[in-house]
Ligand binder design. Structure first.
Ligand code: UDP
Ligand code: MG
Length: 315
């Protein structure tokens, strides 16, 4: 019998977890495959760890890993993926925004052998603050123009994949992780399963607008060199523009004896160019900072405690 490993990153999810666990169990027990549920407690401070321990006492399929601090959802997913035993892996949030009822359909697609991944894709963004939807849409449009891998609008981290894909994703050690981009970058045939957006069942989202904004910038920098190319082309364009305007100034002075007046315009130009230079310097700095972070080669996560002995503690 095939074994499905369900990875669930949790950060302060005391309120949502009991409802989620019950729903997930209902779905999983109706499926033909065996299962293990790997809860990754991402440094929660609200009793999530105790709750997971209680689940595990009564249910041998529950595995919990408590990370030594909050490492972020990307690291929590990585910790989960690094510790699967199943033939298939699923990743889902525990706020029921990723409906467990979709698991059988997604697993069937992957089990059929036709697809290596099945991923949920929201067909609308109901229930989300309008400003967040607006920026999310723009982000996907922009990203798909400039990035080396396509990221579908509405794609979530909720997906089922074969062991082969899971192992490849784990073998990608990059620290600046942007899972949606990584899953797209590795390729393989993906089945997109549409669903209508749902609101979180309990608790609060961990992502503020600025947090998401930073994540979006990360996504662009991790999968594209276009910002650097833009900087180069802009530099070239400004040089050409300056050359032409200089010619105009010289011609006006020599032929028509008309000096160009005004230091105000000069100050504006200097400030403008200075601003641009700082902006592009910052962009380059962003790439260098990421390079620095990668070069240190620190682990993605550290497991402090777990109910499984052979867990990969650092990875
Ligand atoms: N999460 C996590 N570590 C974090 C932040 C979030 O493991 O630092 C988990 C969280 O518990 C949830 C999932 O990631 O299961 C998605 O988080 P959330 O629902 O807050 O994000 P949203 O759905 O609003 O994008
Ligand atoms: Mg959520």
């Amino acid at each position: 019998m095939a074994l499905l490993s369900v990875i669930v990153p949790c950060y302060n999810e005391c309120e949502a977890l009991p409802i989620f666990y019950q729903k997930l169990k209902e779905t999983l027990s109706g499926m033909e495959c065996g299962h293990e549920i790997i809860f990754v407690d991402d440094g929660s401070t609200d009793g999530t760890a105790e709750l997971l321990r209680r689940f595990a006492e009564d249910d041998g399929t529950v595995v919990w890993l408590s990370l030594s601090r909050n490492f972020g959802k990307e690291a929590a997913m990585y910790a989960g993926l690094s510790n699967i035993r199943g033939d298939y892996a699923a990743i889902m949030d525990c706020d029921l925004q990723d409906p467990p009822e979709m698991l059988p359909e997604m697993l069937a697609a992957v089990e059929s052998g036709e697809y290596s991944m099945a991923a949920a894709r929201r067909v609308d963004r109901r229930g989300e603050p309008p400003i967040r939807s607006f920026f999310a849409r723009r982000f996907y449009k922009f990203v798909n123009r400039i990035c080396e891998s396509e990221i579908a609008d509405g794609a979530r981290d909720f997906r089922v994949m074969t062991r082969e894909v899971a192992d490849i994703v784990v073998s990608m050690h990059e620290h600046n992780r942007f899972s949606k981009g990584i899953f797209s970058w590795v390729g393989f045939k993906t089945k997109w399963v549409p669903y209508v957006n749902r609101e979180r069942v309990a608790g609060k989202t961990k992502w503020s607008f600025w947090h998401l904004f930073g994540y979006a910038i990360d996504g662009i920098i991790n999968f594209s060199h276009v910002p650097l190319t833009i900087a180069s082309w802009f530099g070239l364009f400004m040089t050409f523009f300056a050359f032409v305007t200089e010619l105009v100034v010289i011609v006006r002075r020599l032929l028509f004896d008309e000096p160009v007046a005004g230091w105000a315009s000069l100050v504006c130009i200097i400030v403008f160019i200075g601003g641009l230079q700082l902006f592009f310097l910052g962009t380059i700095g962003n790439y260098i900072a990421k390079l620095y972070r990668e070069s240190k080669g620190r682990p993605h996560y550290i497991v402090e405690k777990s109910n499984r002995d052979d867990v990969k503690k650092v990875g």
